[in-house]
Design a protein around this ligand. Structure first.
Ligand code: FRU
Length: 489
């Protein structure tokens, strides 16, 4: 428990009282939503004492961002979530301005250590500052260290910021702990620092792993750094990025695949790509499952679009589906976790159907679906294939494959939004050896589209009325496709 248990107890009391009044069936089937109020980044994603734990940035008292708490949920299969009481509240001097994002790791003695950013409120002459804190507990109740903040601005060489210094991602090493944490350097802008400690309390600066140099945004938030398939992967979420290469302007996600020379703290970039090309995905965090899989969950939202998004439920925001990561040709690829199969019920299969005029397929309809389309473009004059989902007389979400230009367009402009915000995204993708695969996860108010076995992923919330559930296919010239649609339940 915290030194002053009153604020956390108040939140837990509020949660207990509200939880009984919330309609469960309005929630998505398998995407995590906050128990009540607001949610942003995934935090503390880990496997601890036989369960997956996911904490989240949380403001229980409204559906807008506010003083940050850590919400908490557990799951056995990454798809069915059970809420736990709020884990952290901003209730000490070190975090009075909020418990910002962070991570979790099991300690050698079996306790769970949370590393998070404590925000110290602005004083008369100062802006609010950020530093790193720890809390240790049994997976439900956590005691904040009296030494907090355990990593301060004074730990860093000159040039690093005390105002933009956040989001520690911690892991265990043979002789202690390591973390990456984000900062904003006076020259190099967003930068990711490596810190080490023997006991989790006494930390020292090791080096800088990479920096934006304003190429990929100003501040870099929510770093993650891990080995995958023989490479090292750095994930960051930039703020205020210029559009360039495959990246759109604003808040985005960046994956840098490279090699890491640990001795010299030297990270060499091989490839740079967006983690997700959709409209609503930010601040992803990964964990290593007991079976060795690297699993990632992101906030299924974006700081730009969330301001204008409707608040239809007593909670706001969702996490993405959990995804397994792998590297192919030095690029990050993703597929939904294999546990998804446990949600499959009625499976409808249509093999080698010829599509031309807009058509639907018997049994392929709904808003809860895991659907795979394999387009067979060989020996076809087809240059444009169009898929409409969440469709009724007035609405549709369009996924258009412009095969001639090697471009896929996701467009939710007719999806029911009343707001003039971004509704379309373009991504370079097309036929590979004559084929293109599109796997769509639809969970009521969201779509996650995995293109060509997860080489690209586009994630988007859709505001479309839930009754709009038709799906149609069309092509500008006859083309064959196979569709396997698993209804989910
Ligand atoms: C990213 C972020 C983090 C911060 C948290 C605050 O979405 O801005 O950098 O820790 O959200 O809620």
């Amino acid at each position: 428990m915290s030194v002053n248990p009153a604020p956390l107890n108040r939140v837990r009391e509020y949660e207990r009282e509200r939880a009984t009044r919330l309609p469960a069936d309005e929630r998505p089937l398998f995407h995590l939503t906050p128990l009540v109020g607001w949610m942003n980044d995934p935090n503390g994603f880990c496997y601890y004492k036989g369960q997956y734990h996911l904490f989240y940035q949380y403001h229980p008292f409204s559906r807008q961002w506010g003083p940050m708490h850590w919400g908490h949920a557990v799951t056995n299969d990454l798809l069915h979530w059970t809420y736990q009481p709020c884990a952290l509240a901003p209730d000490t001097q070190a975090d009075a301005g909020g418990c910002f994002s962070g991570s979790a790791v099991e300690m050698p003695d079996g306790q769970l250590l949370l590393a998070y950013t404590g925000v110290q409120p602005a004083g008369t002459f100062r802006r609010e500052t950020q530093a790193q804190c720890v809390a240790i507990g049994d997976g439900i109740d956590f005691e904040k260290s009296l030494l907090n903040p355990v990593i301060r601005h004074a730990h860093l060489p000159e040039g690093y910021s005390e105002f933009d210094f956040r989001d520690p991602k911690i892991w265990r090493e043979d002789d202690g702990y390591a973390m990456v944490v984000a900062n904003r350097h006076s020259q190099r802008q967003g930068s990711i620092l490596l810190m080490k400690s023997r006991d989790g309390l006494d930390w020292h600066f090791v080096g800088e792993i990479d920096a934006s140099c304003d190429e990929y945004g100003r501040m870099w938030e929510c770093p993650d750094f891990f080995e995958l398939d023989g490479m090292h992967v750095l994930l960051v979420s930039p703020q205020e990025m210029y559009a360039r290469e495959e990246f759109h302007a604003g808040y985005g996600t960046v994956c840098i695949v490279g090699t890491f020379d640990e001795k010299n703290c030297q990270f060499d970039r091989q490839t740079v790509q967006p983690v997700d090309y959709g409209l609503t995905f930010y601040a992803p965090q990964t964990m290593k499952a007991p079976d060795g899989r690297r699993i990632m969950i992101g906030w299924m939202d974006n700081w730009e679009t969330c301001k204008e998004a409707p608040r239809r439920h007593p909670w706001y925001a969702q996490m993405s589906a959990p995804r397994e990561l792998y590297i192919r040709n030095n690029r990050l690829c993703q597929r939904p976790v294999r546990e998804m199969e446990n949600l499959w019920k009625d499976t409808i299969q249509h093999n080698q159907v010829t599509v031309h005029e807009e058509m639907s397929l018997p049994g392929v309809q709904g808003r809860l679906m895991d659907m795979e389309i394999v387009l067979n473009g060989q020996d076809s004059a087809c240059r444009r294939f169009t898929l409409h989902v969440a469709k009724d007389e007035n609405h549709y979400i369009q996924i258009r494959c412009d095969l001639a230009r090697n471009e896929l367009i996701f467009d939710r402009s007719h999806g029911g939004s009343r707001r003039d915000i971004a509704h379309t995204r373009h991504v370079k993708a097309g036929l590979k050896d004559g084929k293109m695969t599109l796997r769509l996860l639809m969970d009521k108010e969201s779509i996650e589209l995995f293109v060509n076995d997860g080489e690209q992923v586009l994630t988007s919330l859709i505001p479309t009325p839930i009754s709009a559930d038709h799906i149609t296919f069309a092509a500008d010239a006859p083309v064959r496709m196979s569709v396997k649609a698993h209804h989910l339940g």
